[in-house]
Design a protein around this ligand. Structure first.
Ligand code: SF4
Ligand code: SF4
Length: 354
């Protein structure tokens, strides 16, 4: 049976207030939040962006979502987890302060921010899953303990998984620091020595202190490397190389199994909203912004695989080419196919234009 995916269309560069009004109408008319019952603690999971990025879903949408949850007598809060890489989002305090800088204040959203994985990102709950790679995965506690989740994801390209949307927001974005490490551990880069200028930028940003200069060239200690991809992102000289063929399949499968852990704890109590606007080659963790496609709309579904499959199809239809030709050359459908194989979601969907 096909899963329903609803599309709330938007024009290119349409004003967020206008899109938000249309989304609110759809949520209310379809009663998308009917699974929320009084006193449910409802985690609204999103990504607050990064310095210099502009793609993240804007605070006004969360005000609207939070208000509807409150009408249903639920208790909503905004939540996120700490990042692996160095920066302003590696601990709860600085991450929340950064979210305020991007407008996610109580005044703007009516929602408190509570980090799901604790002060330092190391709080976790082991969740049992019927996976192929894992019997259990390490999920941020508040994701597990809340009664319902609104998963708000911004569709972007991603250097390791090809693209990131609902599955990535769940799998990577809702796991603890150790869960994130496990997912990244297959990706081990190497240095193309002749291209390395010894600028030390990768050394500065490597969160595992795995890089040093040897004979005036960067050198990666594979034992220490956690595969976070930060060196690839910061090297301006194309001197960091990944064995994509080894990494991209494995990391997507790991992301999917962690996403499965989140879904296992919330059967019938999660809804997924994918924003297909301000689409960029890189994810919202990267400090840059260059739109690669006109805006499409917001997709809503109760199935994370259907909503991601529909998102990727719509993006490719709009672009007139496959996503790897517009962003990173990664077979990004693996995450959808693998989730479908596991029976964790359904890639077969019916698109309903709202
Ligand atoms: S950032 Fe690139 S060029 Fe600079 S030291 Fe690292 S690998 Fe070499
Ligand atoms: S060497 Fe690169 S991929 Fe490995 S931990 Fe350091 S920054 Fe991350």
């Amino acid at each position: 049976m096909k899963e329903k995916v609803f599309l709330i269309k938007m024009k290119d560069n349409e004003d967020d207030n206008s899109v938000c009004t249309k989304l609110e109408k759809a949520v209310k008319e379809k009663d998308f939040f009917s699974f929320i019952t009084p006193k449910d603690m409802v985690a609204i999971k999103t990504h607050f962006g990064e310095q210099s990025t502009k793609g993240y879903v804007r605070p006004l949408y969360f005000k609207m979502i939070g208000d509807i949850i409150k009408e249903k007598e639920g208790i909503p809060f905004l939540t996120e987890t700490s990042t692996l890489y160095r920066g302003k989002r590696t601990n709860a305090v600085e991450h929340i302060e950064f979210a305020y800088e991007h407008g996610f204040t109580y005044d703007n959203t009516g929602l408190p921010i509570i980090m799901s994985d604790g002060l330092l990102g190391d709080d976790e709950i082991e969740v049992k899953i019927p996976g192929r790679l894992y019997d259990s995965v390490k999920i941020a506690p508040l994701i597990v303990k809340s009664q319902a989740i609104i998963m708000v994801s911004h569709f972007t390209g991603h250097m390791l998984t090809g693209f990131g949307a609902a599955l990535k927001n769940m799998g990577m974005g809702c796991s603890s620091r150790r869960g994130k490490l496990i997912q990244h551990s297959t990706a081990k880069p190497s240095i193309v020595k002749k291209k390395c200028t010894a600028c030390r930028e990768c050394i500065k940003w490597c969160p595992a202190n795995a890089i040093s200069l040897v004979d005036d060239k960067a050198d990666i200690d594979k034992q220490l490397c956690i595969g976070c991809g930060e060196c690839l992102a910061v090297c301006r000289f194309d001197a960091v190389n990944y064995n994509w063929s080894e990494t991209h399949i494995n990391i997507q499968r790991k992301v999917v199994e962690h996403a499965m852990g989140v879904a296992e704890t919330k059967k019938g109590k999660i809804i997924y909203m994918n924003f297909l606007n301000r689409i960029t080659k890189d994810c919202d963790c990267m400090g840059q912004f260059e739109k690669i496609l006109p805006d499409i709309g917001v997709l809503v579904s109760f199935d994370p695989v259907a909503v991601d499959a529909a998102s990727l199809d719509l993006v490719e239809e709009k672009a007139g080419k496959q996503f790897p030709k517009m962003a990173y050359d990664v077979p990004s459908r693996e995450q959808i196919n693998y989730a479908g194989e596991l029976g964790f979601g359904n890639p077969d969907y019916e698109l309903i234009i709202f």
